[in-house]
Design a protein around this ligand. Structure first.
Ligand code: PLP
Length: 365
């Protein structure tokens, strides 16, 4: 029998989360962020499930976009970081990808390009994230250059990205919102253009910023984007449940140490289970003693440092557990948000870190 580490993925929960978001933001349209292998859930599997239900899918590179087309995905695709070299403009043009322009070098490539078809373009502006985007000072000039290019389809769309939306009270949010509003005035856009500003956290926190398109990522996968707010409170349901099983149980004497580095010492004689799931599967090595796990649906604490293929669990709360019993690492019944509280991770990096050797099982469409 092979390893029991599996990821169970719920089509129903994915579509439920999408519906929750759609109902919240309508008439704004959805650009579903499926970059980074759809946040670890599987680029193709997620995208074919969302294809008919969203306006666009957002990816990080042209490779991801081409993989989607190869899988038969029909809806529009946004290259959220634009092109990485001049030659990609031709591909983006023939494949009708929507291309973000965030840097002057990309406009220079455009000027020398021979795109066969006009490109659908987004101007990305840095309103405070401090990552990609033209500065507020340079945005107008970049916008004019794109407008003047015969290779760019009109209208050009405009987007920005929040830095601190997970913490709605953070003062940078108000600054970014003000800057985006001022930018729209400043560009004096004549055409019927479209704007996009919100990621998951901001669509739950800032109604005034929906504009034409919102770009949810983490919320689609059923995870709360807001600090201190549960997914349940937002009516989001986890798409991924990670599960494995107990492959050993031993009664350890008082004082016995558990795992590498002897980090945990048993305070009394106690049953300790070994779960076939480790950091080689994507479980965080930073998980501390006490990180919750669900054994037979009962919460039990992790003990000892996580190994590559295994981790250990204190079975005192579940004394009748036996070898072969199921253990949930996160997902149904154990929100990943609870797990990250005991690690140095964020939910985004845990999800994207799930490894290929874990078997992915999707519920039917
Ligand atoms: C440009 C852009 N938009 C939207 C998102 C989605 O963010 P979230 O997962 O917080 O919803 C991301 C994610 O990093 C992003 O880079």
């Amino acid at each position: 029998m092979s390893r029991t580490a599996i990821a169970i993925l719920s089509t129903e929960n994915l579509l439920h989360n999408l519906e929750v978001i759609q109902n919240k933001v309508k008439p704004a349209k959805i650009i579903a962020m499926v970059k980074a292998n759809a946040y670890g859930h599987g680029l193709r599997s997620v995208s074919i499930r969302l294809d008919k239900h969203v306006a666009m899918l957002g990816v990080a590179s042209i490779d991801e976009a081409l993989a989607l087309r190869k899988s038969g995905v029909k809806c529009d695709i946004l290259l959220a970081e634009g092109v990485f070299e001049a030659s990609e403009l031709i591909v983006a043009s023939t494949e009708k990808f929507q291309v973000v322009f965030h840097h002057a070098s990309q406009i220079e490539w455009l000027k020398k390009s021979h795109c066969p078809l006009p490109l659908q373009a987004w101007l990305k502006v840095n309103t405070g994230m401090g990552r990609l985007g033209f500065s507020l000072n340079d945005a107008k000039n970049a916008y004019t250059q794109l407008c003047e290019s015969p290779l760019i389809a009109k209208p050009i769309r405009v987007m920005s990205h929040f830095a601190c939306a997970d913490d709605p009270e953070h003062p940078l949010n108000a600054q970014q919102i003000k800057a985006f509003q001022a930018l729209i005035q400043d560009l004096k856009i004549q055409d019927e253009t479209n704007y996009s500003f919100c990621n998951s956290a901001s669509l739950f926190a800032f109604k005034e910023c929906y504009y034409d398109y919102v770009r949810p990522g983490i919320a689609l996968y059923g995870i709360s984007p807001l600090k201190g707010v549960t997914a349940q409170a937002l009516n989001l349901k986890p798409v991924m449940t990670l599960q494995s099983s107990l492959i050993s149980i031993q009664n350890m004497p008082k004082g016995a140490s558990i795992g590498y580095g002897a980090r945990y010492q048993c305070p009394e004689s106690m049953p300790v289970g070994v779960v076939a799931f480790g950091y080689g599967d994507g479980y965080p090595i930073s998980a501390k003693d006490g990180t919750p796990l669900l054994v037979n649906g009962i919460e039990c604490p992790l003990v000892g440092r996580v190994s590559m293929d295994m981790l250990m669990v204190d079975l005192r709360p579940c004394a009748h557990a036996k070898v072969g019993d199921p253990v949930i690492l996160w997902g149904q019944g154990l929100p990943i948000e609870r797990v990250v509280e005991h690690t140095s991770n964020i939910t985004w990096d845990l999800l994207t870190g799930v490894q290929h050797r874990v078997k992915f099982l999707w519920t039917p469409i």
